[in-house]
Design a protein around this ligand. Structure first.
Ligand code: 4AD
Ligand code: MG
Length: 442
C-alpha cells in the first residue's frame, strides 16, 4: 500500500509524460456527464486530474463522479504539462474511490465557512479543528512550525547542547502561583509545570549545556492573542555564562529559525501572506538591547500609564514594539518585577540580570531569561523576600550547596515565534489543537 508518487514532485517536473499513480483527497470537482475534473490534494500540493468516461468506462466514471470533497481516491494516469492553472495535469486511465464521504454528511469546512471565519478563529472552525487541519492555511502553518522546531533542535545540537527532560508533575511554581494548574495527585496536590528550568538547573553541573522543547502549562484565565494554557517551550540552561552570553544564544536561535524558514518554507510563507523581506531582516541583523528603564521612558513619552517596578504586560509591549524594526532585548528589570531565581545585579541591587526578547510588529515577548541566583545565601534571601515557602524548593536550594557556579538560561515560546515569523494574527493559528481557558475539545 505504499505511496510512490507525490504531487509536489510532479510540479518539479519529475514525471513528464510518465504513467504514475497518485493517492490523495478530493479538493474540488466540476465537469459534465462525459468529462470530470478533480483537483486532487496530498500533503505536498494540488493537481488537476482529468477523467473521461470514454477512457475509464461508465461504471468507474460514475463512482468517481460521486466522490465528494475530502473523499480519498487513487488515480492512475499520465502526467502532461498544460497551460492551465496548476502547470501539470494527470490524464486519468484508472480511478478508484478508497474512503468515500456520505452525501448526507458532507465535509463541513466549506470556502464560505472559511471566509466568514476570516482566518480560522470562529467557534465553528474551532469545533471542527480536527477537519480544519486539512485546509491549506493550517497545512502551511504546520509545515512552518515543523521547520521552526527542527531549527531549534539543530541550533542547540550543533553546539553540543544535550537534550534533557524534566518532570511535568511538580510540587511548586516557577513563574508565580497565579497561573498554576493544580492536579489531584493520590491524595496530595501537584501542579503541571510552568517551565523546565528549575529541574534543568539541577542537571547543570552534570551537563553544563542543556536544552529542551517541551510543553509548559499556565492557567491563563484571559484569552489573548498570545496566551495558551498549554504551550511549547524551548528552554536552555548553560553553566559559566553571564546574562550577555545567554542573550547571544537567544538571538542565535531566533535568527537561525528565521533563516531556516527562508531556506525551507518560502512558498508556505508566501501563501500565508507573510512579507518575506521582514523575515530576511530578522535573520540577517543583530538585535538591539535596551534597559527596562529606557523602555519605561519611551512608554511614558507615549502617555502610557506605567510605574517603575511593574512588569510589562501585553498591552504595553504592543505599544512599545509597534515601531521596532527588529526584535529588541530588554534587560535589567526591577528586582521586584521578577521571580526569585533571577540574580540581582551586583552593581545595583534594585535590578536583576535578566532579559526579555520582544518581537517587533506589536508581537511582544517571545523570550524570557537571564542569570540565576547561584549562592545558597542569595537564593534564600530572594525566596524569603518574595514570601514564597521554601519547602517545595528544597531540592533547588540544595543544588547550590554543592559547587554552585554562575549560570543562566532562557525560555522561548515556540508557538509565539511561529505566530510572529508567519505573521499570524493569533497564537491559536499556529498549534494544531489550541488550549485556552474555554476549550479542551476537540
Ligand atoms: O517568561 P517566562 O514565564 O519564563 C520562564 O518560564 C523561564 N522559567 C524560562 C527560562 O528561563 N528557562 O516564559 C518564557 C516564554 C515567554 O517569553 C513566552 O514566549 C512563552 O514562554 N510563554 C507562553 N507562550 C504561550 N502561552 C503562554 N501562556 C505563555 N507563557 C509564557
Ligand atoms: Mg516572561
Amino acid at each position: 500500500m505504499a505511496k510512490d508518487f507525490w504531487i509536489g514532485e510532479v510540479h518539479q517536473g519529475k514525471y513528464d509524460d510518465q504513467e504514475i499513480e497518485l493517492k490523495g483527497w478530493v479538493h474540488r470537482t466540476r465537469g459534465s456527464n462525459k468529462i470530470w475534473f478533480i483537483v486532487l490534494r496530498d500533503s505536498t500540493g494540488l493537481i488537476q486530474c482529468v477523467i473521461k468516461k470514454s477512457v475509464v468506462g461508465d461504471e468507474s466514471f460514475d463512482l468517481i463522479k460521486g466522490a465528494l470533497i475530502e473523499s480519498s481516491i487513487i488515480l492512475k494516469g499520465t502526467i502532461k504539462s498544460t497551460e492551465r492553472e496548476h502547470g501539470y495535469e494527470l490524464q486519468v486511465t484508472n480511478a478508484k474511490v478508497i474512503g468515500p464521504v456520505n452525501p448526507d454528511n458532507p465535509f463541513p469546512i466549506t470556502e464560505s465557512a472559511m471566509l466568514e471565519a476570516e482566518g480560522g478563529e470562529s467557534e465553528f472552525l474551532l469545533d471542527n479543528r480536527h477537519l480544519y487541519l486539512r485546509t491549506s492555511r493550517m497545512t502551511n502553518m504546520l509545515k512552518v512550525r515543523s521547520t521552526i522546531f527542527g531549527a531549534i533542535h539543530s541550533y542547540f545540537r550543533n553546539q553540543d547542547f544535550i537534550e534533557y527532560q524534566a518532570p511535568n508533575f511538580v510540587a511548586g511554581a516557577v513563574e508565580g502561583g497565579s497561573t498554576l494548574f493544580e492536579v489531584p495527585y493520590f491524595g496530595k496536590k501537584a501542579y503541571l509545570t510552568q517551565s523546565w528550568q528549575l529541574y534543568a538547573e539541577a542537571a547543570m553541573p552534570a551537563l553544563e549545556r542543556l536544552y529542551t522543547i517541551a510543553p509548559s502549562f499556565r492557567a491563563e484565565k484571559s484569552r489573548t492573542r498570545r496566551h495558551l494554557t498549554e504551550f511549547w517551550h524551548a528552554e536552555m540552561e548553560i553553566a559559566w555564562a553571564s546574562n550577555d552570553e545567554v542573550m547571544k544564544y537567544g538571538e542565535g536561535v531566533v535568527r537561525t529559525a528565521a533563516s531556516k524558514l527562508l531556506e525551507e518554507r518560502e512558498s508556505e510563507l508566501n501563501e500565508l501572506g507573510r512579507d518575506l523581506s521582514l523575515v530576511e531582516r530578522y535573520a540577517d541583523n543583530p538585535y538591539p538591547r535596551m534597559r527596562y528603564d529606557e523602555a519605561v521612558e519611551i512608554l511614558q513619552s507615549k502617555n502610557v500609564e506605567i510605574e517603575w517596578g511593574q512588569d510589562l504586560d501585553y498591552s504595553k509591549e504592543k505599544i512599545l514594539t509597534a515601531d521596532f524594526d527588529l526584535p529588541h532585548f530588554l534587560t535589567h528589570y526591577p528586582r521586584i518585577a521578577k521571580p526569585f531565581y533571577h540574580r540581582p545585579d551586583p552593581s545595583d541591587q534594585k535590578y536583576v540580570l535578566c532579559h526579555d526578547l520582544l518581537a517587533p510588529e506589536g508581537y511582544g515577548e517571545i523570550i524570557g531569561g537571564g542569570e540565576r541566583t547561584w549562592s545558597e545565601e542569595e537564593i534564600l534571601e530572594r525566596i524569603d523576600e518574595e514570601g514564597t515557602p521554601r519547602e517545595p524548593y528544597e531540592f533547588y536550594i540544595d543544588t547550590r550547596r554543592y559547587g554552585g557556579v554562575p549560570h543562566g538560561g532562557f525560555g522561548l515560546g515556540v508557538d509565539r515565534i511561529c505566530a510572529w515569523l508567519a505573521g499570524a494574527d493569533h497564537i491559536r493559528e499556529t498549534i494544531p489543537f489550541p488550549r485556552d481557558s474555554r476549550r479542551v475539545t476537540p
